[in-house]
Design a protein around this ligand. Sequence first.
Ligand SMILES: Cc1ncc(COP(=O)(O)O)c(C=O)c1O
Length: 359
Amino acid sequence: MPIEYSARVARLPDYPLAGGYSLPDDVAMLASNESPWPPIPAVAEAAARAATTANRYPDPTNSALREALSRRYGVPATRIAVGNGSVDLLMAAGEALLDPGAELVYAWPAFSVYPHLPAASGATAVAVPLDARQRHDLDAMASETTVATRLVIVCNPNNPTSTALPLADIAAFVARVPPEVAIILDEAYCEFNLLDDPDASVELLEQHPNLVLLRTFSKAYGLAALRVGYALCGSESFVRAVHQVRQPFVVNAVATAAAVEALEHGDAVAERVERTVAARLQMDQGLRALGIVPAESQANFGWFDLPEGAEEDAVVGGLRERGVLVRAGRALGREGALRVTYGTTEQNRRFLAALGELL
Ligand SMILES: Cc1ncc(COP(=O)(O)O)c(C=O)c1O
């Protein structure tokens, strides 16, 4: 007899994995919205130093990182949670907030982990289509928020569509959501968003105890492999709840040391963000030269519909044969679209040349 698993397991969607982990080094990895640049040397050194005391368990309260984040953002450490990547905090939020019969509102297409939350908890997903410009339709999301809603997730800038809404629109939406409903504003890509200062949303926390800003060291800070994310929260109760549902020692000491050090290098991070914004222009212009109009990106990646007649698998496969990995839209919620992470200038050129050959 085979092992009998919980019915929940069969419901859980598979996370759409990027390929390429055993490919040659010169492949342009433009499929996972990572930074194309290795970590800042001082950050890698801090991680290496922390590894020398790896015989000890890490501080289970992650106080050094929470204090460093508190100094950086002016939010009390008691209202900051850290996680093994921000995905860890998302899943913990789902576990802490959702029950069968409860509702979770999010936009679609958005980050592929969101559907995991209702599947894991038995809550009902209310997936609200994006507007014509592939941005969140906040009016529609507000209308879908009912007495059954426990959690609303807004992804700004949105993955996979790269689009962002101005903070004023988000603030007006947050004010419409009842105070007993938790709102997660997923800001994994906020550092690349030129519509608003990434620090401005932090001010909303003072008026909205139900708001959580979810951020990560995986993107602008270039530490995806170490898995560190954080939540700046409007109330301490969220920090306590996600703490309760997770394992102790959830963020390891090497990752914590690297993240603390990374916060000391704001200028170097800002310089990388500038390079990414330049890459965004390069890619936008290159795509338009091929007759493609991408979505208006405020992230470190672009999103566009393939021209009529171009077949998604053939294009993704053709790019792969030419040493470029990108994401097919089908796995991300929209057939016939492509998501491409901005890489180095050379990688972007390679992508554009290869795409030009294929179309
Ligand atoms: C919108 C969004 N949120 C959260 C994450 C998770 O990032 P991490 O778990 O690496 O912090 C990602 C990763 O791609 C993302 O695109």
